[in-house]
Design a binder for this molecule. Structure first.
Ligand code: PLP
Length: 395
């Protein structure tokens, strides 16, 4: 006997994984240089050199038992102090180490937060387009998952639709800005309007409605755009942060949850996040990486390569007649499919070894996602193929 839901999640590969595997098989036949794989969000710029230097220094100057031993379940105090100091300097807040829980990346952190909020009947709202894993994360945590329809082509938030969906069971809204898959960044006006709406609805229902801010891409912004610091605008915000993208460390599994003590039930919620993580077996994030973060949390990625890819791909697509969401952040472009059925367009593109992810799985049919973590040369060589695809789609 086994859990059929868990089986289904394990047995059915995601469409993104399928495309990626397909790309690998094509690469073996036509050569990797001829496969234009825009499917998977794996960083393509190296970690800042200081990260590896720090790892070497820690290996040399710290005893083995200390490097590899368990830390406190909620994370090493020095690491939490360093993160708090960095956030306070950047955002003018007064975060203390006791509000930070060191986790193994945004994915398990989100699961812990959803479990912490999962009272009977609890609903979590996501805004389309959304990261597909939110659905299994919330549902397996015991919450209902509801989706607010997309606000195309700006991909800000449809406040009217959101307001109509908030009800007495709404425990939280998950937001992700800079956004995967849209590459958009919520404006301060969007966040302030959302905050005002949630204040009003929280008062109406007599309980807080939390924002869960999923922030793996916070530092990945371009052209002078900044992502608003959400807890500074809405006090009932729980942040799930990850170093996977900002320090290009996705395989190392490290990040943190920030639960402000000034949030409603802030201290209890922090304990509930720690408890939910404990129940999921996720305590004491990798010890070496915690030590690295204590010394490297101030480092920022060098975004030049992403920015060059972003601008070249955006210009080329627009010139070829595509409608593209304004790509202010993360490393994705979200593009309106020239065929109403983006899955059919993805199949058409596969024939030219161009791999793009249909928006259906992100709750946004009719659009597709391109992850531009690829070489600049590939971006340039793929542009004529996108132009041909546009012509073919237009018949
Ligand atoms: N949230 C979003 C929006 C993501 O795009 C990802 C990964 O791609 C995650 C969460 C999970 O990131 P992590 O590697 O920190 O678990």
């Amino acid at each position: 006997m086994y859990n059929p839901n868990a089986y289904a999640l394990g047995a059915n590969r995601s469409c993104i994984r399928d495309l990626f595997e397909y790309g690998q098989s094509r690469a073996a036949i036509v050569g990797p240089e001829n496969v234009f794989d825009y499917s998977l969000g794996n960083p393509s710029i190296p970690s800042p050199k200081e990260v590896n230097e720090t790892i070497r220094a820690i290996l040399e100057d710290t005893g083995s038992l200390q490097i590899h031993g368990y830390t406190s379940a909620v994370g090493d105090m020095n690491t939490r102090k360093a993160i708090a100091a960095d956030l306070n300097a950047r955002f003018g807040c007064d975060i203390t180490p006791g509000e930070l829980f060191i986790g193994c990346g945004a994915a398990p952190e989100l699961v812990a937060v959803f479990r912490a909020l999962a009272v009977p009947g609890a609903e979590i709202l996501a805004i389309a387009p959304y990261f597909p894993e939110y659905k299994p994360f919330t549902e397996e945590a015991g919450c209902a998952f509801k989706v607010v329809p997309p606000d195309a082509p700006s991909f800000q938030i449809r406040m009217d639709a959101l307001e109509a969906m908030v009800n007495e069971n709404t425990a939280g809204i998950i937001i992700n800005s800079p956004n995967n898959p849209a590459g958009t960044v919520y404006t301060e006006e969007t966040v302030r309007t959302l905050a005002a709406l949630l204040e009003k609805k929280s008062a109406e229902y007599g309980h807080p409605i939390y924002i869960i801010s999923d922030e793996p891409y916070r530092e990945l912004v371009y052209g002078g755009v900044t992502a608003p610091f959400i807890p500074g605008i809405y006090r009932n915000t729980i942040v799930c942060y990850s170093y996977s993208k900002s320090l290009s460390l996705p395989g190392e599994r490290i990040g943190y949850v920030y639960v402000p003590r000034q949030a409603d039930d802030g201290e209890a919620l922090y304990a509930a996040v720690a408890g939910a993580s404990r129940a999921a077996g996720h305590v004491c994030a990798p010890s070496l990486l915690q030590k690295v973060i204590a010394r490297c949390t101030h480092l920022r990625p060098d975004l030049d390569a992403y920015d060059r890819n972003r601008r070249t791909l955006w210009n080329g697509l627009v010139e070829a007649g595509y409608e593209v969401a304004k790509p202010d952040g993360a490393f994705y472009l979200f593009v309106k499919s020239p065929l109403a059925d983006a899955q059919a367009f993805s199949e058409l593109a596969k024939k030219k070894d161009v791999l793009l992810v249909p928006g259906d799985g992100f709750g946004c049919p009719g659009w597709f996602r391109l992850c531009y973590c690829v070489s600049y040369d590939k971006i340039v060589r793929s542009l004529p193929l996108f132009a041909e695809l546009m012509k073919e789609a237009q018949g």
